[in-house]
Ligand binder design. Sequence first.
Ligand SMILES: [Zn+2]
Length: 303
Amino acid sequence: MSFAYNTKTEVCAIPTEDKHCKKALVAGMLAIAGSKSGDVVKFSTENIRVKDLLVGLVGDLYKAKVEVVASERMRATLFGIEISNSKEMLEDIGMDTIAVHFNYDILKRDCCKRAFIRGAFLGGGSVTDPTKSYHMEISTKHLTIRDEFLRLLMRFGIKAKNMERNGYHVFYIKGSEKIQDMLALIGANRTTLKFVEVKINNEVRNNVNRRQNCELANMDKTAAAASEHKKALDKINTTIGIDFLPPDLEPIAWTRLENMEATMSELGGMLDPPITKSAVSRKLKKIIEIAKTLEQNEDNREY
Ligand SMILES: [Zn+2]
């Protein structure tokens, strides 16, 4: 099962005791993801727990007619739910008018606002497996509740962005921190922990990659420097000879020629007395300068 499916299954198991919260939960599911034709509200889900939860809550709260039709679709079962004969439910969920609206009467309490958001996620939400990317979204077909829903999320410090996709208004959240906040808000504690664990693994892996890249880059630099030194020393050797280098440069020249793989600090340690990495680098730069001068003199002679 997908990460989103499992998250919904977890959220469905959160106990909702109070009638006010139950109503808000149903409203969240239906106002976000339900559609209305006449006085019939339709809702569909692939998640059997979401189906059971909604059917159970509606049966518990309202005298309504509830019908469920299961159909096979691709590799999943789609549950289509039709709820009719409940004027009270239509009012509660904000579907008693032509356009779906927010019914603030049932969203006064903080607990109910949370329950509504939980319902919205169960109805139209999705969250990507954090090993793949950080993305969470809730989508609805109802333009009329888009701004209210964004404001509701804002009340809990969740800044969702919004875009249009295939006739849906999609509220989405990017970034691991924000998604964690949202998961915590809808009470998906187990998923939040799993999310944090994956995030830490991702970070460790990224750090290892970064460090390896860094080490490779350093190795490249060492190799590039070595080849430059080799070229300079060869030039000197075939023209004036290493022996003719100034006395302060001669030891490092020989040491370098004999240890082409060594780093600057390793070379410094090989000298007697040892010298620092920056002293090695300074001396080798002078050697390169000398080689360049020799080269230029040769070039001049050709003219
Ligand atoms: Zn409540």
